[in-house]
Design a protein around this ligand. Sequence first.
Ligand SMILES: Nc1ncnc2c1ncn2[C@@H]1O[C@H](COP(=O)(O)OP(=O)(O)OP(=O)(O)O)[C@@H](O)[C@H]1O
Length: 228
Amino acid sequence: MNEAHLVLRDVHRHYGEGDKLVRVLEAANLTVLSGELVALVAPSGAGKSTLLHLSGLLESPQSGEIEIIGTKTSKLGDRGRTQLRRSTVGYVYQFHHLLPEFTALENVSMPQLIAGKSQQEADIRSLELLEILGVAPRASHRPAELSGGEQQRIAIARAAANRPRVILADEPTGNLDPETSDLVFEALKTLIKEEGAAALIATHNHDLARRADRIVTLKGGLVVDHDL
Ligand SMILES: Nc1ncnc2c1ncn2[C@@H]1O[C@H](COP(=O)(O)OP(=O)(O)OP(=O)(O)O)[C@@H](O)[C@H]1O
């Protein structure tokens, strides 16, 4: 049975107060299972980034519980949250943020070396990921020598390097043309299935969202299932 890797329970998040109060999430509930890819599609300003930041423990809710691989995070202090985030969450952004002076392989190995792996172990894992994502022939290229779709697949490999159980992506194909977006999304999907991570992907691209296992949206501060 697939386990719930990411669970949000009655999560409430607002910003500001008084006449500047912005209610973003009110009793938001969401469960993402191991090996499941959930697309989050909602209008600009609806709270997609907020939901991702909360899920990635970069922000805290005012109330409610966020559980990552069974660990309740509401009682954790800053250190506990940081530790849990580093060991369980991988983040993919719209811009790849790869280090320009390092090769694709080195970019993917770097977070593993920081986590204490040997160079050899890290490089084996990096090559495995580049293979899954279809960019192994680009291992020794620097980011400037890669296409946009290749750069983004390397960024996905880097996010997955330390085997996170939860992968969060904010518009990961936002900068790519439709054909390349398809390629990158499919590569991400293959990775999620192979590694059994749980993925929550915010996207404006309806065609891509339809390829996810499930689509959710934000309405009145709630997470609701969505058919496109
Ligand atoms: N730090 C903050 N302080 C005050 N308001 C905030 C803050 N962060 C977000 N907001 C507000 O919360 C709402 C949700 O923002 P969020 O960035 O989550 O939306 P989004 O759906 O990701 O939008 P987009 O698609 O445009 O990126 C917006 O109205 C935004 O102005």
